[in-house]
Write a protein that binds this ligand. Structure first.
Ligand code: SF4
Ligand code: SF4
Length: 414
């Protein structure tokens, strides 16, 4: 019914309420109502609308039409056909947004089912997981999150995806304090991310993110570097900081290889403490991985680091190679080829994750990751976005932002 001047629209009359109730009865006619075991429970619009507009028990005298309960749509997503209300939002997403044309509807009436296209394009769709969010019911579910937690056990911390220089807004979901797991077998999950969803930001990512953001729990959940090292041997953290400070003070031609995963705040702290003392080389911590979409027209950018623009803005133009005459190289973050360090140069290495290179440095210092601090990244278009802290700093780990001030001075004394 097209709107017209002077038209009066009733949205809460008894007639309207009766029609809405009837529509809800129709939509849920074959729905299994297995909310108790459904990951969508708590954020399901079908639940919300049923509560608001129907609220009654089923009046159908016929048995429900059954369909596939657990259909592998891809290696990331499982489809419950019984929960599907055939709205076709997921199909439209692959046609209009990701343009993979990866999904379609098969058959008619109450036998209609969503199926992936035969060419396997849905499995290759770099944005496929958005259909999990836009499905109004629990028909499309992430395998990584399947039956892992009820959503009301989790809280969402606003953050920024570090997967490329787009810097999409994301919510990082993790356990609420009152729902921490207490069994020793599961307690480690308290400090990990359970899932990632987009934050709508028209200036950066619209309402979407690519699948790389959904995989951040794996990327950020890698085994951490647990303590400071002197040439691979465990060292007290304080002594390691003093040794790093002394090496920097003694160096004649020190160089810093700067992380493009660093926040603007960390970069400013680095510049204030050491910027005038060390020559600067900018580094890409992460490069595209085999099989990864390098760049496209929707969101994905070729630079797989969140803050290369921040490095340029805070530190200016940096070099790209370590000078051959450097006698000390301070390496900050991952992705550096240590063969580029001159043989006689000392190495101070700041890294968050367990890696063989940690043991090669003269001094290794473990530093925090994005989920343990707050800060800002500046994306390729100059938009600065803030990320918030999710977890406390683990024992034996330093914030690089606090560390840089301690690396200025002379000698090994405190
Ligand atoms: S978005 Fe969900 S409910 Fe709608 S057609 Fe797809 S699977 Fe079914
Ligand atoms: S486009 Fe880049 S920033 Fe956005 S979700 Fe994907 S990897 Fe993350």
């Amino acid at each position: 019914m097209p709107a017209a001047d002077g038209m009066v629209v009733f949205t809460a009359s008894d007639k309207v309420k009766a029609r809405r109730k009837a529509t809800m009865e129709f939509i849920t006619l074959n729905h299994p109502v297995d909310c108790g075991i459904c990951d969508k429970a708590g954020e399901c619009t079908l639940q919300d609308y049923h509560f608001e507009y129907n609220g009654g028990a089923s009046v159908s005298r016929d048995a429900k039409t059954h369909a596939t309960k657990h259909f592998d749509l891809s290696d990331r997503i499982v489809l419950d056909n019984e929960r599907c209300i055939q709205c076709t939002r997921c199909v439209r997403f692959t046609r209009e947004i990701s343009k993979s044309n990866g999904l379609g509807m098969l058959d008619r009436g109450d036998h209609s089912i969503v199926r992936p296209s035969a060419d396997g394009s849905f499995a290759k769709d770099a944005y496929s997981d958005n259909v999990i969010d836009l499905c109004p019911v629990g028909a499309l579910l992430a395998k990584d999150f399947l039956h892992k937690a009820r959503v009301w056990y989790l809280k969402a911390t606003p953050s920024v995806c570090p997967g490329c220089e787009r810097g999409c807004g994301v919510n990082l979901w993790h356990r609420k304090d009152e729902w921490m797991l207490r069994s020793p077998r599961q307690a480690a999950r308290n400090d990990g991310l359970d899932r990632v969803t987009p934050i709508e930001n028209p200036a950066v990512n619209g309402p979407w993110v690519c699948n790389k953001a959904r995989d951040l729990p794996k990327l950020l959940g890698r085994v951490r570097a647990a303590g400071a090292l002197f040439k691979g041997a465990p060292a007290p953290l304080e002594a390691a900081v003093l040794e790093a400070r002394a090496l920097i003070a003694e160096a004649k031609r020190p160089v810093a290889v700067v992380s493009s995963w660093a926040s603007n705040e960390e970069l400013a702290a680095f510049k204030a403490a050491l910027g005038g003392r060390l020559a600067l080389v900018a580094k890409r911590d992460h490069e595209p991985q085999p099989g990864e979409v390098v760049q496209d027209d929707l969101l994905i950018r070729a630079d797989k680091n969140p803050n290369a623009a921040g490095v340029r803005a805070v530190l200016g133009e940096c070099g790209t190679e370590v000078p051959k005459d450097a006698d000390l190289v301070l390496v900050w973050g991952e992705g550096f080829d240590f063969r580029a360090v001159p043989a006689s140069a000392k190495i101070v290495f700041l890294n968050a994750f367990l890696a063989p290179e940690n043991g090669h440095a003269d001094v290794f210092l473990p530093v925090s990751i994005q989920t343990e601090r707050s800060g800002h990244y500046t994306n390729f278009a100059g938009v600065t976005s803030r990320f918030e802290r999710c977890f406390a700093l683990p024992p034996g780990v330093l914030h690089a932002e606090d560390l840089f001030g301690s690396l200025v001075g002379n000698g090994r004394g405190a």
